[in-house]
Design a protein around this ligand. Sequence first.
Ligand code: ADE
Ligand code: ZN
Length: 330
Amino acid sequence: MSVADLPKVELHLHLEGAAPPGFIRGLAAEKDMDISHIFDPDGGYAYRDFRHFLEVYEAATATLQSPEDYHRLTLAVLEQSAANGVVYCETFLSPDFCGNREVSAWKDYLQAIREAAEIAEARDGIVLRGIVTCIRHFGPEKAKQTARCAAETAGDWLVGFGMAGDESRGKPGDFCYAFDVAREAGLGITVHAGEWGGAASVRDAMVALRPSRIGHGVQAIEEPAVVARLADEQVVLEVCPGSNVFLGVFPSWQDHPIQRLRDAGVPVTVSTDDPPFFHTALAAEYDRLAETFGWEAKDFRDINLTAARAAFCDEATRARVIETLEAAYA
Ligand code: ADE
Ligand code: ZN
């Protein structure tokens, strides 16, 4: 079986960040928007560093202006994911971009995204679930409104709440209220931390927000006590190695700590984050992991079962995903 055909579970994928650049260029042309400054001469996204990446991301997202645009985006993204062997995916959705945090508009966007997900599931067998994410650099007040949108729509499909954005802005504790609202609504909790903010940021996020999963978390490697705590509490890391290497969090794949974290007993999973921004795809990540760390089918089985167990979906869906994995990796 080729790597692309191996069934995969992806827990950390930003829907807008997965938009193919050609798709965004097409939307911009339809709307007569000039966003040529966000593309390189080859047509890919162009940015200098992480801060600039966030700006380019938001400029690309500005072309997505209606539930119908998100419907088309979801279909385009899931087609790519299915071609990479993804059988179950959780995607980050931001009411900030979908209806400006207004609950009734957000419901329309969500409905359009869910309808596209149903079409993709019938077409390719891929299952999608949503995680509402607030955006750290938009501040705690907006995060509260975002959490209200999440709580209003929590259920079998909208299963989690998280936080992305610029980790250098504000402290996790500033966002307790938003996370409490989400937790009380029954949503699973994940937080971006330890991508840029060091091991201390992972510890702070764990203490203040009590997530069962952390987005990235890889800089925990700087402090053995934080690694030990992740392992003790079995907090699952959504690791995106290609994203980290492309953005310069680590200088090379060889230097990436994913294997050291695994060796220390931290549950790790593998995702792509914003694949076209980092010139990657999930099957390519698996190829690099095999090349760099000698990972074999048993390692991929392991990370995918970890991901399925950490997924925020209902138990019947989880059981079906685990059955698919067990059959393929037997
Ligand atoms: N939003 C989209 N991708 C992100 C990343 N890698 N870190 C923080 N926020 C993001
Ligand atoms: Zn992310």
